[in-house]
Design a protein. Structure first.
Length: 543
């Protein structure tokens, strides 16, 4: 038994999927190293300043998602931001707020590398590595000698404001580690012990997937859905500090990623419902507030009072998240495409099934993994595997018929009777399960097939007319009335199967009809996997 099958038998496949998706959201190693190098260079530049920074004792360290292990790759053209603190070990009352900020700006303006990248912000200096990432550098001075709390300059207020970066980092990490035994980490350890006693061991999975605690993973996944939800209204996007803090505050040591998100969403919407009832019964308005846990005088959601649309959009986000989470609870893995991105989800679920396909009794997953490899063959009984007729690359489509450029026909073309007889001979040779006959230049066929791993036998009906313009074949499932256009993926109106994307084929839709037959078996395998997991895992063009 391999580890994927072990997890599946334990009922942990969903948790494994969430862990793998979260891991895939981590910054890639090359970008992470580039950012680390950039932030270390900041210290060197400041240390070389003979006017101010070389004369004071200071530290440079990251804060935010990098410091607490909740980084998430940006979507599209968005840049990742690395927050850096310049922690000056000198009491703030020795300086004015503008003095500290101006020294920082002066150093970067005097440097040929940083000057063109410099952007002045309210509390920090931004070094912008266009199209890749940016560093937000926050200067601050200690409040008391030997302490960690800082006062940082606020240009808008023209004064100091308090901040406690190290305190927040410590608070979140302590909350994250206050966890009952994580179920995936325990399963990994149990499987290692189980495998040690066997003569033949399966390859162990990467421990990285399972070493990060559930709260960190939950924040990563939540930030990704936040990015997707607010993609068309980024001005109201809930900030990462708000999401991270509310998850940290409401976390109760749940041992799984799934339970962590589920419980936090329940609490958020529970508070919202209570406050709505308070308003409706007593006309008292109260909203969810997210305070800085290490400085309760700071309200991270203060701007929700100035523009209530921020609050309304946060609640809309939480409701949408919860609705989709309920679908995931009911076994609809397909909703993960909506939550975290289609390509990412399909890639990871396909990898899961590939690992599961190595186990005994997982013939459907094994057939699916073969299809995903792009090197599948289909035998005379319609089984997908490593023997038989080679399946050509294809992408499933469906929906409206595409109008494509086709070969110009004569006004009164004569029927091509030879082509269908050639196709019949090839089908009879390679796929005898399909009984074919020719009538008036048109090829018809009917047969029953049950690709390996499929739960049922399907009766298939085909029609192939090489003389019509456009799509020449029609393939139907005759014994399953639940397969309907609008309810099942990759069908055309009339319920004929979509086996390929017409624009992928050569001009004029010229093709051997025998090449379509392997795609029938692949469609059936993909359909049963879709029913089982909620995701169409074969290559597709959505419509």
């Amino acid at each position: 038994m391999n580890f994927q099958q072990y997890l599946y038998d334990k009922g942990y496949q969903r948790e494994d999927l969430l862990a793998r998706i979260a891991e895939s959201l981590e910054l890639d190693e090359s970008r992470s190293k580039k950012m680390e190098s950039a932030y270390r260079a900041i210290y060197d530049v400041l240390q070389a300043d003979t006017v101010f920074f070389s004369k004071v004792d200071f530290l440079v360290y990251p804060q935010g998602s990098k410091a607490i292990g909740t980084t998430t790759k940006p979507i599209g053209k968005d840049e990742f931001d690395l927050d850096i603190v310049v922690h000056i070990k000198d009491p703030y009352y020795n300086y004015t707020s503008s003095e500290i900020y101006d020294h920082l700006i002066r150093v970067f303006n005097a440097n040929d590398v940083y000057k063109p990248k410099l952007v002045k912000k309210n509390r920090c200096a931004r070094i912008n590595y266009a199209g890749d990432f940016h560093l937000d550098i926050l200067p601050g001075c200690i409040i008391l000698s030997g302490g960690e709390k800082l006062m940082v300059p606020d240009r808008g207020l023209k004064s100091w404001t308090s901040s406690y970066p190290k305190g927040y980092i410590g608070w979140f990490l302590e909350r994250a580690e206050n966890v009952r035994q994580p179920i995936l980490k325990k399963a990994f350890g149990d499987y290692v012990l189980l495998s040690e006693g066997k003569a033949e061991q399966e390859d162990l999975p990467q421990e990285d997937y399972y070493s990060k605690v559930p709260l960190k993973r939950a924040v990563q996944l939540t930030k990704r859905y936040r990015d997707i939800f607010f993609s068309k209204k980024p001005e109201y996007r809930t900030s990462s500090i708000v999401l991270t803090t509310i998850f940290g505050e409401l976390y109760e040591g749940e041992p799984s990623i799934y339970e962590t998100i589920d419980n936090v969403l329940n609490k958020i919407l529970g508070y919202y419902s209570d406050y709505q009832n308070l308003y409706e019964t007593k006309r008292i308005f109260k909203r969810i507030k997210v305070l800085n846990p290490v400085n309760v005088d700071e309200d991270f959601t203060e701007k929700w009072d100035n523009d209530k649309e921020y609050y309304h959009q946060f609640i809309a986000f939480a409701k949408s998240y919860k609705e989709k989470w309920e679908r995931l609870k009911n076994g609809d893995f397909g909703v993960a495409e909506e939550l975290f991105g289609s390509t990412r989800t399909k890639t990871i679920l396909s990898e899961q099934l590939k690992n599961m396909g190595k186990g005994k009794g997982n013939d459907l997953e094994k057939a699916g993994a073969t299809i995903f490899s792009g090197k599948s063959l289909v035998d005379k009984k319609g089984n997908v595997g490593n023997e038989g007729y080679p399946s050509k690359p294809n992408r499933n489509y469906g929906g409206i018929e595409l109008v494509l450029e086709t070969r110009k026909h004569n006004l009164y073309p004569s029927k091509n009777y030879i082509a269908v007889h050639i196709q019949k001979e090839m089908i009879d040779k390679h796929f005898p399960w399909l009984k074919t006959f020719v009538s008036d230049g048109v090829l018809y066929g009917k047969g029953k097939v049950r690709p390996s791993g499929c739960k049922k036998e399907y009766e298939i009906g085909i029609k192939y007319d090489p003389n019509i313009i456009g799509r020449k074949e029609r393939v139907f499932i005759l014994n399953d009335s639940t397969i309907k256009f609008g309810k099942t993926p990759h069908l055309y109106p009339g319920n004929s199967l979509c086996l390929y994307y017409p624009r992928d084929l050569p001009l004029y839709l010229d093709m051997n009809f025998v090449d379509v037959i392997p795609w029938i078996s692949e469609w059936l395998v993909s359909y049963e996997l879709w029913k089982k997991y909620g995701v169409w895992l074969a290559k597709e063009v959505k419509h």
